[in-house]
Write a protein that binds this ligand. Structure first.
Ligand code: SF4
Ligand code: SF4
Ligand code: SF4
Length: 266
């Protein structure tokens, strides 16, 4: 779908936490109207309808994913399947009715529980500022396969976390710097570097607003099933501590974070 420059600019003024939903709605309505181009008036009309109907649009949660599944070459681990399972879990948690028991007055988008999935550490869907942020991970491992000394892994790593040891002529990984993006694995032609573990990193308690904070990372690289267990634990904790629709990050204290990290230790 083509967007005019004015339409692109106009949609940027939509509050960021509903921008994706509004963009999706604009494109859907344009398709239904048989249009192939979005103009400024399309944006204005849909935005007005969307925001005026806010109360009926609230679902109690937001779950999104970066543009990785559209073919991004940076994907460290695919998350589409997990997103579907997360949505099912969030629906089952009935967060909408829960929030109605906690929030005085009409529910707003900012009350919704937010989960965001990014398929690599570039984190385009901003998992660091969501209640639960999930990031695709590929942790490299060194095999016994001979290294051709092509240096592709060294060039690919933006973190300077891989080097070739001069004495052994083998790659050496520095996991204190490695972001588990898997780029070195993707470019290694010899199989010397392979994916040791693939899965997802999980961060909890991120938020913006008057007192912003970045989400705190849990210690492992988790499978889909493990991520779902963590999210279920987070929802349970959120419900147990929430009294007036606060964001998860406001409710989490140091002991909660410690317990979550211990319970989900690798
Ligand atoms: S987070 Fe990574 S995989 Fe997802 S769109 Fe951004 S660069 Fe691509
Ligand atoms: S996984 Fe990414 S950050 Fe880690 S060593 Fe490889 S390229 Fe560098
Ligand atoms: S990309 Fe693979 S073959 Fe090339 S230097 Fe790195 S480990 Fe060796």
């Amino acid at each position: 779908m083509e967007w005019t420059r004015e339409a692109e600019e106009a949609v940027k003024s939509v509050p960021f936490f509903v921008r994706k939903k509004v963009k999706h709605r604009i494109e859907k309505e344009a398709v239904q109207a048989g249009k192939s181009r979005i103009t400024l008036s399309d944006v204005r009309a849909t935005r007005k309808r969307f925001l005026s109907g806010e109360a009926s649009e609230i679902t109690g949660f937001q779950a999104d994913i970066c543009f990785g599944p559209s073919g991004c070459p940076n994907r460290a681990h695919p998350g589409e399947g997990l997103l579907e399972r997360l949505e099912a879990l969030l629906k089952e948690a009935d967060l909408l009715n829960f929030l109605k028991t906690r929030v005085k007055g009409p529910l707003k988008y900012h009350h919704e529980f937010r989960v965001s999935l990014a398929e690599c550490p570039n984190a385009c869907s901003q998992p660091q500022i969501k209640d639960v942020g999930i990031i695709g991970a590929c942790r490299p491992a060194v095999t016994r396969q001979p290294c051709t000394l092509c240096m592709a892994c060294v060039s690919a790593c933006k973190e300077a976390a891989v080097r070739i040891d001069e004495a052994t002529k083998r790659p050496v990984l520095d996991f204190s710097r490695c972001l588990v993006c898997g780029k070195c694995v993707a470019v290694c032609p010899s199989g010397t570097l392979v994916a040791g573990k693939r899965g997802f990193r999980v961060q909890v308690g991120g938020k913006l607003g008057r007192h912003p904070r970045l989400a705190v990372s849990l210690p492992g690289i988790y499978s889909e099933d493990q991520v779902l267990e963590i999210v279920a634990d987070c929802i349970a904790l959120y419900k147990a501590k929430n009294t007036r629709g606060e964001r998860f990050g406001e409710l989490l204290d140091t002991d909660d974070l410690k317990r979550l990290a211990e319970r989900h230790a690798p």
